[in-house]
Design a protein around this ligand. Structure first.
Ligand code: GDP
Ligand code: MG
Length: 177
């Protein structure tokens, strides 16, 4: 029997947030479908994708939400955050401004989301490390001071994408189970 008959033990809603063009949609495409596109259009309409995995012999359905391009207008609604047990806060390691905005995203997240939400800071586009403007130490220090998990990823090269999602989902499992 295939996935169709699978008994789901847990559904975890995880939201992707962060500035436009940092790679949120491509991280999701990589994780959910193992796809990547260099000319991805800004996402239209509220959207999530799912992936089912096994953690500690339990079947977990990860329901990962993408901002639908709302981040451009600072219009991410509270409905987006509702019920989320995890958040991936993404910046682009080649764009300092996207890292400088992380604190704002964190404020927004903490004012809308559940107080027990598990948060991971993600520095994406590690394949462009020659263009790096955010030192890894800055990100690590920030993550530590705010009690966030942290990882650098490349959606393009599929580096650490699996690992980042597995880490946050495992931590969510640890919190809720
Ligand atoms: P979003 O607005 O945060 O959803 O960003 P997108 O996922 O649409 O990505 C914005 C642009 O960055 C697109 O041209 C992607 O192809 C590109 N991109 C996303 N992830 C990576 C990555 O890991 N490395 C590189 N080099 N480009 C990426
Ligand atoms: Mg997008």
């Amino acid at each position: 029997y295939g996935e169709f008959n699978q008994k789901i033990d847990y559904v975890f809603k995880v939201v992707l947030i962060g500035d436009s063009a940092v790679g949120k949609s491509q991280l999701l495409a990589r994780y959910a479908r193992n796809e990547f596109s260099l000319d991805s259009k800004a996402t239209i309409g509220v959207e999530f994708q799912t992936r089912t995995l096994v953690i500690d012999h339990k079947t977990v359905k990860a329901q990962i939400w993408d901002t639908a391009g709302q981040e451009r207008y600072r219009a991410v609604t509270s409905a987006y955050y509702r019920g989320a047990v995890g958040a991936m806060l993404v910046y682009d390691m080649t764009k300092r401004q996207s890292f400088d905005h992380v604190a704002k995203w964190l404020d927004e997240l903490r004012s809308h989301a559940d107080k027990n939400i598990v948060i991971m800071l993600v520095g994406n586009k590690s394949d462009l490390s020659t263009l790096r403007t955010v030192p890894i130490e800055d990100a690590k220090d920030f993550a530590q001071s705010e009690s966030l998990f942290f990882m650098e990823t490349s959606a393009l090269e599929a580096t650490n994408v699996e690992s980042a999602f597995l880490t946050i989902l495992t931590e969510i499992y640890r919190v809720v189970s």
